[in-house]
Design a protein around this ligand. Sequence first.
Ligand SMILES: [Zn+2]
Length: 254
Amino acid sequence: MERILRGIMRYRVLDRSSMVKQFQQVKDNPVPKAVFYTCMDSRMIPTRFTETSVGDMFVVRNAGNLIPHSQHFVDEMTSCEPAALELGCIINDIRHIIVCGHSDCKAMNLLYKLKSKEESNTEQRRMSPLRSWLCNHGQTSLDKFIAMDGDFSKPMLFTAETPQTKFVAYIDPENKFSTEDKLSQVNTLQQLQNIASYGMLKSRLQKHELHIHALWFDIFTGDIYYFSRRAKTFVVIDESTYETILAEVTRYYS
Ligand SMILES: [Zn+2]
């Protein structure tokens, strides 16, 4: 807590006045550009690695960057993730949703362990909200991952904006990442389908007024990858790929 209080004192001196000016600028004309879902991991600081600021993004964070499928939204029992979709994409008419996974994700490492029945039995889940959260909302990612049987040279098929919009993905074709990191990439792509499961987004998605993207952050190198549907894999965003990725985004998603 001391660290936090010291930080607040520094903020008062260094950033407060410029931030208040920015708040005033966006107050009457906010144009947020994306709803950004990512993991709650303390190493993930999305506004820093995207250099975004006041008014730019709605950020939603949880363990494992999961967005529950709409089938879990029954009788008004819901979680904050779909509520954020409504606030962002319906009420504020934001046109882009981004899901950003990352390497060495503790939630994904635990999800990987939960493939063993002893680790994911009812008793365990009852005692652990984290296990319960991951089992309920990460199971489809885990099932897809297990179905690959360790052979990631095979293509995977995911659904995006509409049930007809399918895309192929090759996970970690250079085999650079750990097994758990491969699961994290599968899980990040699976969330696109979960987002699209909400009826409130259907017409926007069908009319291409709303777009869903996947990013993946490598904690060890600081590199950020964009999932390119054209390249069918996560492509690092750097000086050599930026123009191609931008062209893809502009062509398909603007
Ligand atoms: Zn994480």
